[in-house]
Design a protein around this ligand. Structure first.
Ligand SMILES: Nc1ncnc2c1ncn2[C@@H]1O[C@H](COP(=O)(O)OP(=O)(O)OP(=O)(O)O)[C@@H](O)[C@H]1O
Length: 704
């Protein structure tokens, strides 16, 4: 039986040249938003069919062709196409072992299951799941410039670069993501980047919920959500696509011989590329059939390349540093999650905290602290802040509220420990030092686990990994609130449980706690990771063990390691490590740490060092991360310096480095303030730096 494409080609072959022209004109007239004019103008019948199928999917392409042929009075041709398509569908369904009714049942059940999963946000509290709709606040997502993501940008075609730049900055709703992709061109993957905790996973969840509730993207029959952290578990297996999906969706087991992969519109969402342990080798073999087995890496790269299931849609999310692992030539739409605007921050707190007066108090409190307010553009930080401040303000009306990200995470740790004690051990609320002291062993074990796994870029662990750090699974309460079981897989007779931290940022925070405690306790063996490199001789390795490790040395090495990391997996860790070194943080951690250390001089040296690095030519991500590191050290001087450049008409008197230009742009974007006039010449005279300032132009009334 002929394929859909063959049926479509056969129909177009019947048209004479002028009729084909009319067909193209009608197609463009109605669907110009989804298919580009320039592509269709020069297309022959084969190109036209290919474009239609890629753009609309096979079923919809037939429907559209029938509709246009009817408008052209080609009723016989339209009728023939419709009948042949129906016939081929019923023949197909007879060929498969799965009757149509059963398939429809599966699709319905799957949609329902996806709805149930997407309904709640995973915040580590099994007893009290957070309802997505109750707290979901629209996020700022913009169409970005792939050029900024890909290191190979020099080889991008000029017209590609122009096309992306033209629309740069356009706002995109997560529920429209695939509609936007299809408007763009025939490439089928969306790549969304965003820093840790900015709301990538929640955006994906919101898309799924909207789809599963029948509100958007109803042309997609089936959506599969595939978090990279979970796919890592089977990364070494050889599987075909069906077997791969079955690991996450056991309900598709019976559909192996069905027409699910050939006749239905499918969307695959791969969340968290930065957590992937796949080699992502796009130059390796390519798979083009569902039946053949290959490594998970080949399956994923073939889907992205559009060779495996060419009409399926793919959405990949990633933290910025890892996003460049997908070559830009496969990306049809590139978006960036930018977090909450000032208005959205407020909206979030009002949704999350139902007691209106408490919400108002929290909002006004956050507004009084500059760094807290800036940080709150990160939704994850809003969540932690809401949890912490709610607790503090309800409990003891305290006025002295911490302001750094790190201090918020320490308080979050205290809240989770307190909740655990009250729930499982029936203990009354206790004073923080006592609370940390009594949970010391558990926290130290978790912190060790966090660091051990972070070093290896591992974000999911099995019972064996927990045991290696002395965590006893039978004492389930040890894990409560900070770590959670995510999946259970059945491997033959054995059941494997897989765990992860409640949020990746919690793992990064605990890893920093571990490293700081090792520094305090002079546990040099544990700190070797920062001082060693592969070229070290055995003697040099031994020297590390005898060296007196100074805090600013350790931080310098950690900064270097973080900037070396391809996937940026140490960025947040670095911020926490700096934050913990402050005396105020050490005081909060009393009970967990046995003694504190005066770190004033080390911190002075560290801030100086960061400012030196900021003057060098470093990546955008490193610039922004180091800017945050300074805020973590409660050093607001860079922030204030940049504000002064923005508010004055004068030349700053200082030529800003490329890194400082990035930070300036970042501050302008985050502050939401519309500048009256933006004149890059005030800050820099280097044309290459102007490029880093382009996004800031969006936020001003007049740009020079
Ligand atoms: N749009 C939103 N509305 C309300 N809360 C949100 C939103 N986006 C994120 N959050 C909150 O922030 C937390 C972190 O978000 P999410 O897990 O989506 O971040 P992420 O970008 O995927 O981070 P990572 O790269 O670390 O995995 C969520 O658990 C939720 O509490």
């Amino acid at each position: 039986m002929a394929s859909v494409k063959e049926l479509l080609v056969d129909s177009l072959k019947e048209l004479v040249e002028v009729e084909l022209k009319e067909f193209h004109w009608r197609l463009m007239d109605t669907y110009h938003k989804r298919i580009s004019k320039s592509e269709i103008e020069k297309a022959d019948i084969f190109d036209t069919v290919d474009k239609m199928v890629t753009c609309f999917g096979p079923k919809e392409a037939v429907k559209i062709m029938v509709e246009i042929l009817r408008k052209m009075n080609q009723n016989d041709l339209a009728g023939q196409l419709e009948n042949k398509h129906k016939q081929s569908q019923s023949e197909d369904s007879m060929k498969t072992s799965v009757p149509v009714g059963e398939m429809q049942n599966f699709l319905k059940t799957h949609k329902n299951n996806m709805k149930k999963k997407a309904k709640y946000i995973f915040e580590g509290n099994k007893q009290k799941d957070t309802d997505l709709k109750a707290v979901y606040t629209e996020l700022l997502i913009t169409e970005g410039d792939m050029k900024n993501v890909n290191h190979e940008h020099e080889i991008l075609k000029i017209d590609d670069a122009f096309n992306t730049k033209k629309t740069q900055g356009k706002l995109i709703k997560c529920s429209d993501i695939f509609n936007e992709l299809r408007k763009n061109n025939e490439k089928k993957i969306v790549l969304t980047k965003g820093v840790a905790g900015i709301g990538k996973t929640v955006s994906v969840q919101k898309f799924i919920l909207d789809w599963a509730e029948g509100n958007t993207s109803q042309d997609i029959d089936c959506v599969f959500m595939l978090p990279f952290r979970e796919t890592n578990v089977i990364k070494d297996r050889e599987v075909n696509l069906h077997e791969f999906l079955q690991v996450f969706y056991p309900e598709i087991k019976e559909l192996e011989n069905s027409n699910l992969y050939s006749k239905y519109n499918l969307a695959f969402i791969f969340d968290g590329l930065d957590e992937s342990q796949l080699p992502l080798n796009f130059k390796s073999e390519t798979l083009d059939t569902v039946e053949k087995r290959a490594s998970v890496d080949v399956l994923f790269t073939s889907l992205v390349k559009g060779k495996l299931l060419p009409s399926a849609l793919v959405w990949v999310t990633s933290r910025p540093a890892a996003a460049n692992q997908i070559p830009s030539r496969y990306v049809g739409l590139f978006t960036e999650v930018r977090g909450f605007t000032d208005q959205q921050k407020e909206e979030y707190f009002r949704k999350r905290i139902t007691d209106e007066s408490l919400a108002s108090r929290i909002i006004s409190h956050i507004k009084t602290s500059r760094s807290l307010y800036i940080m709150c553009h990160l939704p994850v930080f809003c969540w932690i802040t809401a949890t912490v401040l709610q607790n503090i303000l309800i409990e003891n009306n305290a006025e002295n509220i911490s302001t750094t990200l790190t201090e918020m995470y320490i308080r979050f740790l205290l809240i989770q420990m307190n909740m655990k004690d009250q729930k499982y051990d029936g203990k009354e609320q206790r004073q923080p030092t006592k609370l940390l002291h009594s949970n010391r062993k558990s926290i130290l074990k978790l912190a060790k686990l966090a660091f051990e796994q972070l070093k290896q870029e591992n974000f999911v662990f099995c019972e064996k990994d927990l045991k290696a750090c002395g965590i006893d699974m039978s004492k389930d309460t040890e894990l409560t609130g900070m770590i959670a079981e995510i999946i259970k897989t059945e491997d033959g007779l054995f059941e494997t449980k897989v765990f992860c931290f409640v949020h990746l940022s919690v793992q990064e925070f605990l890893a920093a706690v571990h490293v700081f405690i090792c520094y305090l306790n002079k546990n040099k063996r544990e700190l070797r990771f920062f001082f060693e490199n592969s070229q070290n001789t055995a003697r040099q390795k031994l020297q590390v063990l005898f060296r007196n490790v100074k805090l600013h040395d350790l931080i310098k090495r950690a900064t270097y390691k973080a900037m070396q990391s391809q996937r940026g997996h140490l960025d947040l860790f670095l911020r926490f490590l700096m934050g913990i070194s402050l005396e105020s943080s050490q005081n909060l951690l009393k009970g967990l740490i046995t003694h504190t250390k005066d770190t004033t001089e080390s911190i002075r040296q560290t801030t100086e060092y960061i400012k030196q690095v900021q003057n060098k030519n470093i990546t955008n991500e490193a610039s922004v991360n180091l800017f945050y590191c300074l805020l973590e050290l409660k050093d607001h001087s860079l922030y204030e310096e940049i504000q002064s450049y923005l508010s004055s008409d004068e030349h700053s008197g200082r030529e800003l480095s490329s890194s400082m230009c990035t930070v300036l742009t970042y501050i302008v974007l985050m502050s939401e303030k519309v500048l009256d006039e933006f004149n890059p010449k005030r800050f820099t005279s280097s044309p290459s730096n102007y490029e880093r300032l382009i996004p800031a132009v969006r936020c001003c009334r007049k740009a020079m």
